[in-house]
Design a binder for this molecule. Structure first.
Ligand code: FES
Ligand SMILES: [Fe+2]
Length: 389
């Protein structure tokens, strides 16, 4: 979304660029340089958007990854780099469960092995060449990759969301944006309700008072007393006689974010940290029921889908676009004024940032003990056999 003038003007790295993680001294500079631990599952695209026989070029923290769906319907994820001359494999051709590079026709299987060379081998035996592959699954209508150590993929869980998968799924609304902002700015934004002013036209929450904030393990939990869903559109559909809309609970359940209003209105925000200043955010909102405006009758289930699309267009997406404008402007401002003194009033924001910094340090420490750095650490600037700091 092109929203902020000059946001591409500040280039990284440069003499006036914000400091790297290793050089950062303040908490803010540290968190704005931190990556997200690749040893978690991250969504890259909606399942329906990747048709059989097509590829998706994506990135995780600067590392290029191709996800493709075989003509047989199977999903695969490889480093987006041909081992021969480093062309992007995402420009290649899918056949069955294989991907062929467009230049000399080297064909890769789903594990990244070159299984066929479309040219003479000059009398040699077929070389054994392999590029990294990544675990990939489809869940909640999204394609998820595990960019870190594949050995850990089975231990990590994609959040379980029974409300959208059961026999009577809740009404669901999806929205996704690629914003030119660091992922921590988005996590700050979605959980810090001091920015009600930005949404004064839509009033999704109003007059928020933080009543709880604490870190438990790898999760920051917080709650506000607030008036939820006061906008012209949403207020007509929310049944306040049944749903308590006077408070909201949120969590930064690393690396994901979620909220719950009265057990009936919930959302998840999943972020894909593409690089230091680019993040794709996937929002999944779900509602157990909505009422017909002017009555206390619930909207029939068959009308929920069309109503969700209307709500998305009229209420939710305009709101999220305001957030996008704000976080992109914050990124621009940070790149110019990263040395300015920090003024932060909401204590919950400090907890999000502490958690992001701690998890990134833990990843770097783990990675330093590995015989070879992960591609993510390399993409972040780590030099093999060198320290991170
Ligand atoms: S560059 Fe890919 S096959 Fe040669
Ligand atoms: Fe917002």
């Amino acid at each position: 979304m092109s929203t902020v003038p000059h946001r591409r003007a500040a280039r990284l790295p440069g003499p006036d660029a914000p400091p790297s993680f290793a050089r950062a001294r303040s908490k803010r500079a540290k968190v704005r340089a931190a990556g997200l631990d690749p040893d978690y599952w991250y969504p890259v695209e909606y399942d329906a958007a990747l048709r059989p026989g097509t590829t998706l070029a994506t990135r995780f923290w600067g590392h290029h990854i191709v996800v493709y769906r075989g003509t047989d319907g199977t999903l695969h994820a490889l480093e987006d780099r041909c081992a021969h001359r480093q062309l992007k494999l995402s420009g290649g051709e899918v056949d069955g469960c294989r991907l062929t590079c467009t230049y000399h026709g080297w064909t890769y299987d789903g594990q990244g092995h070159v299984v066929h060379y479309a040219h003479d081998l000059f009398g040699r035996a077929q070389p054994e060449v392999r590029i990294p592959s990544y675990p990939v699954v489809s869940r909640h209508g999204l394609i998820w990759i595990f960019p870190g150590d594949p050995e850990l993929a089975g231990q990590r869980r994609i959040p379980h969301i029974p409300e959208v998968t059961g026999a009577r799924p809740w009404a669901r609304l999806d929205a996704s944006y690629t914003w030119h902002a660091h992922h921590s700015m988005i996590i700050d934004n979605v959980s810090d309700f001091t920015h009600a002013y930005l949404h004064r036209k839509y009033r999704p929450f109003w007059d928020a008072r933080l009543t709880r904030h604490e870190t438990r393990g790898d999760s920051v939990e917080l709650a506000y007393d607030t008036f939820v869903g006061g906008g012209r559109f949403t207020s007509r559909f929310v049944d306040r006689s049944r749903v308590d809309t006077t408070g909201i609970e949120l969590a930064f359940q690393y690396p994901y974010q979620r909220s719950d209003t009265g057990g009936s209105i919930k959302h998840w925000c999943f972020v894909l940290p593409m690089d230091r200043r680019t993040t794709r955010a996937f929002f999944l909102f779900y509602f157990d029921s909505l009422k017909i405006p002017g009555t206390r009758r619930q909207v029939p289930r068959v009308l929920m889908g069309p109503l969700m699309r209307l709500a998305g267009a009229l209420a939710v997406k305009p709101l999220l676009r305001q957030d996008g404008v704000a976080v992109e402007a914050e990124q621009t401002g940070y790149e110019i004024h990263h040395a300015a003194p920090v003024v932060e009033l909401n204590p919950a924001v400090g907890l999000f940032q502490d958690l992001t910094i701690r998890k990134w340090e833990e990843f770097l420490d783990r990675d330093r003990l590995r015989p070879r750095p992960s591609p993510i650490a390399l993409a972040d600037g780590r030099v093999p056999a060198d320290a991170h700091r």
